[in-house]
Ligand binder design. Structure first.
Ligand SMILES: [Zn+2]
Length: 106
């Protein structure tokens, strides 16, 4: 059982709504890897017209939501006393958590 799932699911559900959040164990791994999917209402973003790629507002919002979600999960994990797997970035200046957050507009 991935100990990271429950606290992450709880905090993200509070923020984005239970039915919009899916938190799963990374495939083929024991635990420590987390895949997060968030459904987000596109109506909440001021779309400038996607053509066919997301406009700057839509892509900025997706970026901001994934960062916010990661921050929330880090707080929840710290409180629960668990830690995601992490690795050093190429230039060794920072640790990158093995957490994938994907935001989907609905
Ligand atoms: Zn847009």
């Amino acid at each position: 059982m991935n100990k990271l799932i429950k606290p992450a699911k709880k905090i993200l559900s509070l923020k984005y709504g239970h039915k919009n959040v899916s938190v799963k164990n990374g495939q083929g791994t024991a635990w420590g890897w987390v895949n997060v999917n968030i459904d987000y209402p596109k109506s909440a973003v001021q779309c400038l017209g996607d053509t066919p790629f997301y406009c700057s507002n839509c892509s900025k919002a997706i970026q901001a939501i994934s960062e916010e979600a990661e921050q929330l999960m880090n707080i929840a994990w710290q409180e629960a006393g668990v830690k995601p797997y992490s690795f050093c970035s190429d230039n060794n200046s920072s640790e990158i958590n093995e957490v994938i957050v994907q935001v989907h507009y609905i």
